[in-house]
Design a protein around this ligand. Structure first.
Ligand SMILES: Cc1cc2nc3c(=O)[nH]c(=O)nc-3n(C[C@H](O)[C@H](O)[C@H](O)COP(=O)(O)OP(=O)(O)OC[C@H]3O[C@@H](n4cnc5c(N)ncnc54)[C@H](O)[C@@H]3O)c2cc1C
Ligand code: SF4
Length: 360
């Protein structure tokens, strides 16, 4: 049992005042303090002794749960809005059905009722070794090694890896946010700033202990979604080991518009389960521009997206993830077909489960 201080705050200013100045070390094992939102990831990590914050600042009651239309046609999602409330909100369902589908493909109804939008962005990798404090892991303890590279990598990355880490970012919601060009708004004692979603999560490089570009004392206050015309042709396809309640092996958020001649415009493809961040490739998307939504164009884009994919794990063993390269290729092709045909998801989880708001 490790002692820690718990403090609940009622305003963003109070949260920032309670947060001690600390280095941009959001990924380190023992930060001085952490914000606590729904607790569905952070508390798990503390129970497993993977994260050992000395102070928890509970931000779950901050008045940052609104989901609001913006004057230019976009939507602002409060960082404290629960995942379930976000997925079910009429504005999100109408303007960003892709986001609804992605959130509902993740976790379970109970977890989605607790988990917040801000916390979802900052959930940590599900690499087996990261959770097992009896093994080395560069992300948990920098410089100790990466057993996943030659061990159990089944769930892990095939793109953007480094010698230091092959972990994935496990969020479904973030794959949709990447495809939708979301912008993250953060606040710190020195002011406010915005971070384009593409720059929010980072590749492991030689500092895999850092998952993102947020400083340790920055609070996410909301996420902004710009207006787009992607409602009719967007899909979230999730492939996983079990039909529900499992993280993605591969997921694809695919979307485009069709112009009056039936040609693709404004195409987006974001991949989940394959990299340390949701994976997009501007060149692959550009290939679809002005093309008919047909197999030849889809194959060309999938080929380009996966041109640098590499597998890891003990070859031929249960941890080998080389199969994910083929799986990802097929998933991209299928997702683009589904987007063309107006099929929103393969998970069947778009029903009308009740949204319950819990207060601790
Ligand atoms: C059994 C299980 C299955 C799951 N399956 C899936 C799945 O299939 N797909 C999926 O996407 N997710 C899945 N999840 C993960 C779940 O979505 C996340 O745990 C959840 O989104 C985290 O949100 P939270 O509010 O509980 O965050 P917390 O656990 O409270 O916090 C997570 C991190 O975010 C930081 N933080 C939180 N809010 C802020 C803020 N506003 N500003 C700055 N820092 C902040 C915290 O300090 C902490 O580091 C699963 C979780 C569990 C337990
Ligand atoms: S892949 Fe990353 S998280 Fe997993 S063992 Fe290697 S360093 Fe740790």
């Amino acid at each position: 049992m490790r002692a820690f201080v718990y403090e609940a705050v009622a305003t963003a200013d109070a949260a920032l005042a309670a947060m001690p100045g600390q280095a941009p070390d959001i990924g380190e094992t023992a930060p001085q303090a952490k914000f606590l939102a729904g607790g569905t990831n952070l508390i798990d990590l503390m129970k497993e002794d993977v994260m050992r914050p000395r102070r928890l600042i509970d931000v779950s009651r901050l008045p940052l749960a609104a989901i609001e239309a913006r004057p230019e046609g976009g939507v602002r999602l409060g960082a404290m809005a629960r995942n379930a409330a976000t997925a079910r909100h009429p504005l999100v369902r109408e303007r960003y059905p892709l986001l609804s589908a992605a959130i509902l493909a993740g976790a379970s109804p109970q977890i989605r009722n607790m988990a917040t939008n801000g916390g979802n962005l900052l959930q940590r990798t599900r690499c087996h070794y990261f959770y097992d404090t009896g093994t080395p892991c560069n992300k948990r303890e920098p410089g100790t090694g990466c057993p996943a590279r030659a061990g159990l990598a089944r769930q892990l990355a095939i793109l953007g890896t480094s010698d230091h880490c092959v972990a994935t970012h496990p969020s479904d919601m973030c794959v949709a946010l990447a495809a939708l060009d979301a912008v993250v708004h953060v606040q710190s004692p020195s002011g406010q700033r915005t971070i384009a979603f593409a720059d929010f999560h980072r590749l492991p490089g030689n500092a895999p202990q850092r998952d993102n570009t947020l400083a340790g004392d920055e609070l996410i206050v909301h996420i902004e979604l710009p207006a787009n015309g992607l409602q009719r042709h967007s899909t979230y396809l999730k492939l996983r080991d079990r039909a529900s309640y499992a993280f993605a092996l591969v997921s694809v958020a695919a979307a485009f518009e069709l112009d009056a001649s039936g040609l693709m415009r404004n195409a987006r493809i974001a991949l989940g389960g394959v990299a340390h961040k949701p994976w997009r490739d501007a060149e692959a998307e550009q290939l679809l521009e002005g093309q008919r939504p047909e197999a030849a164009a889809f194959h060309a884009a999938a080929h380009l997206l996966l041109r640098d994919a590499r597998g890891h794990g003990a070859p031929g063993g249960p941890g080998d993830n080389r199969f994910k390269i083929v799986l990802a290729r097929r998933a991209i092709l299928r997702a683009l077909e589904m987007a063309r045909d107006g099929e929103l998801t393969n998970t069947g989880e778009l029903g009308t489960e009740p949204v319950q708001e819990f207060q601790l």
